[in-house]
Design a protein around this ligand. Structure first.
Ligand code: NAD
Ligand code: MG
Length: 398
C-alpha cells in the first residue's frame, strides 16, 4: 500500500462502485460539498434501487452508469434518456465503469465478494483505489495485493479501523502490534442462550454506526472484526499473530499501532464514516466534512474490554481461516455471505451463522486457490455447499 496518492491540486475524478449504498451516499455527500475538488465521472450499483441510481446520475451527471442487474438497465436507460450518460449493465458493465477512462480513482463500495472483479478491473486499469469493500481482500488478499503492486496503484483504506492505522502507520519494521477496536455490536455482554433468540430486526440496530444490512449483521456476530483482521493483514503486511482486537463500545478510538519502543499511536474521532472516506479521497490533503467535533470532556471516559470469543465464535473462525491460508478465507467469506442472507430471510437462527461457517471451513477450508478463477469457482462451490447446509437445518427446525 502506498501512502502517496495523487497530486493534491488536480481535480480528483472518481468512479463510484456501490453508489446507492451507505458508503456510496456518504461519498456523494463529500463530493457535493467540494465540487472544485471532486467529480464523479462514473457510477455503478446493483440495480435493486435503480430509481435511486437514476436520481443520483441526474444530480451528479457522470459520463457513465452501470447496473449489475440486467433487468434494471432498460428502465434506467429510459429514466436518463434526456441526458448524455451512457448506461451499461451486467458484471461486464460494472467492470467497465470501474475502469472508466477519465477516472483517476475508483471507490470500491460494493458489498460482498461481488466487489472483487470490478475492483480488480480498476486496479488493472491503474486507478487509485479507495477501498471500502473489505471482502475483496478476504477472498483474494494475496493475489489482489500482487496485482496492486504490479500495477503500482495507491490503495487507500476506507474502513474506519484501517484508515486509523493508515494515518498513524510509520515504518513497518518498527511495528510490534496492530490493535483493531470493535464496538462489540448490539449484543455485547449477551451469552449464547440469549443470542439464540435474536431476530433480524434486533441484529439490524447497531448502537454506533448506520451501515448496509450485511455489514450490520457482521458487526452483530463480530465477523466484521474477523474480516477486518484479514483485511489488516493484507493491507499492512503484518502477521496474524501481531494483530489484536479490543472491544471499545464508544467507537471513538478507531484503532491503534504499537511500536517496538512501547509507543502506541491511535486515531480518534466521532463514529462517522465521512471522516475515513474523506481521508481516502483527499489523501495526502485533508478536506472539511460535516462530521461532528469530538467533545472529550462530554464523553468523560473511554472503555476497553476483551472480546467474548465464546459467545461470538466468528472472530476466531476468521483467525483460523487466515492461519489456514490457501482458499480458507474465501470459503469463510462465501459461507458468511450465504449465512447472513439466510438469517435475514428468517431461514436460520443467529447462532447458526457461526455454525454454518465452522462446518464450511471443515468441508472446504483446505481448498487451494492459486488463481482468481479458482477463487471464483471456490466462491460458487461454497455457496452451493452452504445452500444445502441451510436446507438441511431449516427443514430440521420446521
Ligand atoms: P450497502 O448495502 O449499503 O451498499 C452496497 C452497494 O453495493 C449498493 O449500492 C448496491 O447496489 C451495490 N451492489 C451490490 N451488489 C452489487 C453488484 N453485484 N454489482 C454492483 N453493485 C452492487 O453496503 P455498505 O454498508 O455501503 O457497504 C459497502 C462495503 O463497504 C462493504 O464491503 C462493507 O463491508 C464496507 N464498509 C462499509 C461501512 C459502512 O459504514 N457502511 C464501513 C466500513 C466498510
Ligand atoms: Mg470497520
Amino acid at each position: 500500500m502506498s501512502r502517496d496518492a495523487s497530486s493534491p491540486d488536480a481535480i480528483q475524478s472518481l468512479a463510484l462502485l456501490g453508489a446507492t449504498g451507505s458508503i456510496g451516499e456518504n461519498v456523494l455527500e463529500i463530493v457535493a460539498a467540494h465540487p472544485e475538488r471532486f467529480r464523479v465521472v462514473a457510477m455503478a450499483a446493483g440495480g435493486e434501487r435503480w430509481q435511486r441510481l437514476a436520481e443520483l446520475a441526474r444530480r451528479f451527471r457522470p459520463e457513465a452508469v452501470a447496473v449489475w442487474e440486467p433487468d434494471a438497465a432498460a428502465p434506467l436507460r429510459d429514466a436518463l434518456a434526456d441526458l448524455p450518460i451512457q448506461v451499461f449493465s451486467g458484471g461486464e458493465g460494472v467492470c467497465r465503469v470501474a475502469a472508466w477512462e477519465s477516472a483517476r480513482m475508483t471507490v470500491a463500495a460494493i458489498v460482498g465478494s461481488a466487489g472483487l472483479s470490478p475492483t480488480l478491473a480498476a486496479v488493472r486499469a491503474g486507478k487509485a483505489i479507495a477501498l471500502a469493500n473489505k471482502e475483496c481482500l478476504v477472498v483474494g488478499g494475496g493475489l489482489f495485493m500482487e496485482e496492486v503492486r504490479r500495477h503500482g496503484v495507491s490503495l487507500l483504506p476506507v474502513d474506519s479501523e484501517h484508515s486509523a492505522i493508515f494515518q498513524v502507520f510509520q515504518h513497518k519494521r518498527h511495528v510490534r502490534r496492530l490493535i483493531l477496536t470493535a464496538s462489540g455490536g448490539p449484543f455485547r455482554g449477551w451469552r449464547r442462550e440469549r443470542l439464540a433468540t435474536v431476530k433480524p430486526d434486533q441484529a439490524l440496530s447497531h448502537p454506533n454506526w448506520r451501515m448496509g444490512r450485511k455489514i450490520t449483521i457482521d458487526s452483530a456476530t463480530l465477523m466484521n472484526k474477523g474480516l477486518e483482521v484479514i483485511e489488516a493483514h493484507w493491507l499492512f503486511d503484518i502477521p496474524p499473530a501481531a494483530i489484536d482486537v479490543v472491544v471499545h463500545p464508544e467507537s471513538i478510538v478507531h484503532s491503534l499501532v504499537e511500536y517496538v519502543d512501547g509507543s502506541v499511536l491511535a486515531q480518534l474521532g466521532a463514529p462517522d464514516m465521512r471522516t475515513p472516506i474523506a481521508v481516502a479521497l483527499a489523501w495526502p490533503e485533508r478536506v472539511n466534512t460535516s462530521a461532528p467535533s469530538l467533545d472529550l470532556s462530554a464523553l468523560g471516559r473511554l472503555t476497553f474490554e476483551e472480546p467474548d470469543r465464546e459467545s461470538f465464535p466468528c472472530l476466531d473462525l476468521a483467525w483460523r481461516a487466515l492461519r489456514q491460508g490457501g482458499g480458507a478465507t474465501a470459503a469463510l467469506n462465501s459461507a458468511n455471505e450465504a449465512a447472513v442472507s439466510a438469517f435475514l430471510q428468517g431461514r436460520i437462527g443467529f447462532l447458526e451463522i457461526p455454525a454454518l461457517i465452522a462446518d464450511a471451513l471443515d468441508a472446504l477450508g483446505d481448498a487451494s486457490a492459486p488463481t482468481f478463477d479458482a477463487l471464483f469457482e471456490l466462491d460458487r462451490q461454497t455457496r452451493r455447499w452452504a445452500e444445502s447446509w441451510i436446507r438441511r437445518h431449516s427443514s430440521r427446525e420446521a
